[in-house]
Write a protein that binds this ligand. Sequence first.
Ligand code: DP6
Length: 364
Amino acid sequence: MNLYNNPELTLEKNANKNGIVGWKSPSNIALIKYWGKYGRQLPLNPSISFTLSQAYTQTTIEYKQKKKANKNLDIDFYFEGKLKPEFARRINIYFKGLLDIFPFLSQLKLEIKSDNSFPHSSGIASSASSMSSLALCLCSIERKLFDTDLSDDEFYRKASYVARLGSGSACRSIYPKTALWGKIDGIKDSSDYYAIPVRQYMHDNFRKFHDDILIVSRKAKSKSSSDGHAIMSEHKFKDGRILQANKRLHFMIKALKAGDLDKFGEIVENEALTLHGLMMSSDPAYILMEPKTLELIKKIKNYRKNTKIPVFFSLDAGPNVHVLYPDSVAAKVQNFIDHELVKHCKGGEYIKDYLGSGPKELDF
Ligand code: DP6
């Protein structure tokens, strides 16, 4: 299904259209993890995430109408100031798949410049921020070239749909604070095709929330998320996992609405361990955690037990540890991180992040 098939979005010959658009778009941390997909980038289970703020990608696209139209895409891609043909190839494949949505792309010469706020080699997943910023840029080009009168809601929904085709988790980065992706009983408008904003579910306890990212390793992962998703489709626990994620999502929404930090933390930590448990029980089995990951997890749990301070861990598909806590305990937790945890981080490095207000369009 293509909700946005737009064969009429083509430029007239020699219309001499050119311009520039740009977006800054954040990463996100999943509370209920998307793990496994089917069809064209559709999730096996629904997921919900917090949108971050400090870990973001800034992308600009300068476009010029080609003198002579042809079917090929013409893309130069610069990452952190350097021409990157290997990334351009990936974007080429992604954009080719979008030609039924944005047929005008083959009529343009595109110069894409992308920068991450976090170090490229930090092991932080950048596909959510990079693909969401690209998708937003494409929607902005469409709006500029064709004066499409989409409402803001329609614009962001389309951007989320397009971002999903680049990377599943990217569709959630389109929305501030909290986003939900995947059809789930009882939640109006939820869809496998795009994420929806769900900040209305958030109790004040979650309005200002921190997510500090402790860097355990900067190495590229031994298995990509895409490979991990593929292995899930044959996983012996697949059906159970789908049921579990659906149930947990309802409990998570209940906890977010009630401001129940303990329940929130229990689900978030179980989800992180389930994700890695699924990796360790898949065929072939693999491990992405490092000894330091477990050491940090134990320290966080002990600290919580001894102090009763609500601080929780989460993990992405990698060894780095996310530390989640409300603003009300920020001073104490940051002191704990600085004195007890930083020494276990690679190069003493960690990224201080928190819930953010979503992507921002750049002015030119
Ligand atoms: C563990 O969105 O990176 O971070 O759709 O293949 O690009 P692709 O995968 P990706 O997977 C993210 C997996 C996760 C959980 C999550 O963010 O929900």
